[in-house]
Design a protein around this ligand. Structure first.
Ligand SMILES: [Mg+2]
Length: 234
């Protein structure tokens, strides 16, 4: 069956989520150390803040879906961790974090040129387990469909989120090509429901899993070539 729809993962596929997340946490860490001038606050690190957030997210998996709420609660945990519980400060930190998280996000340079080539030929969409909505990263009007796990309360690699996506895109799963950086969430997830998958391997790391992507690329600019569109200087 011919591919007519391309769904893109967001974090680490269209933008460098890890970079903007760490950058935003650095700002909040500085604010914590200014507001709470104790030894424990001074010893706090961004890495620790990430561990605290991820532990909390694991604890509430399937119960709290909203990622901004998880982030807020993680700041509350972080303040408790340094012996300074303060929900008001946590709310302030969360607002500061989100401001940087969305204002300072940058698309990878291959995103727009690739979308420009693909858009006249395919329905493009976003399928993300994150919370960067298109209007928060300059991609408004770029997608025909947009699916976020926090809204549909099921996340990749669960087959149901791919089924919801195909329904929203108005296509059969076999007509869908999903592009993402995660072998588990994106590639195996898509293939398990009969869609095709591109593994975006920007760093050129070794695939040590049993998952075999239909295509592997190091840049999004390779996708138009895979799909048989004329090679264009990007
Ligand atoms: Mg990703």
């Amino acid at each position: 069956m011919q591919i007519s729809v391309i769904s893109f993962d967001g974090d680490m596929t269209l933008w460098d989520f890890r970079k903007v997340m760490r950058h935003s946490l650095k700002h909040t860490l500085k604010a914590i150390q200014q507001q709470v001038p104790t030894q424990r606050a001074l010893e706090l690190t961004v890495d620790e803040m990430i561990v605290i957030r991820n532990q909390f997210a694991e604890e509430v998996k399937g119960k709290i879906w909203n990622l901004e709420e998880i982030r807020l609660r993680a700041f509350e945990r972080t303040l408790e961790h340094i012996g300074h519980p303060d929900t008001e400060l946590a709310a302030y930190l969360n607002a500061m974090y989100l401001k940087h998280r969305f204002e300072d996000i940058e698309l990878y340079p291959d995103v727009i040129p690739t979308f420009d080539v693909l858009a006249p030929h395919f329905k493009l969409g976003l399928l993300s387990n994150g919370n960067t909505y298109p209007e928060r990263c300059g991609l408004e009007d770029r997608f025909v469909f947009v699916i976020f796990s926090q809204d549909v309360q099921v996340e990749k690699p669960d087959p149901r989120i791919f089924e919801i996506t195909a329904l929203q895109a108005g296509c059969e799963l076999a007509q869908m090509l999903h592009v993402g950086d995660s072998l588990e969430n994106d590639v195996a997830g898509a293939q398990n429901v009969g869609a095709s998958a591109v593994w975006l391997n920007r760093e050129g790391v070794q695939n040590n899993t049993a998952t075999q992507p239909d295509y592997e690329v190091t840049s999004l600019t390779e996708i138009p070539i895979i799909l048989g569109l004329e090679r264009r200087k990007l």
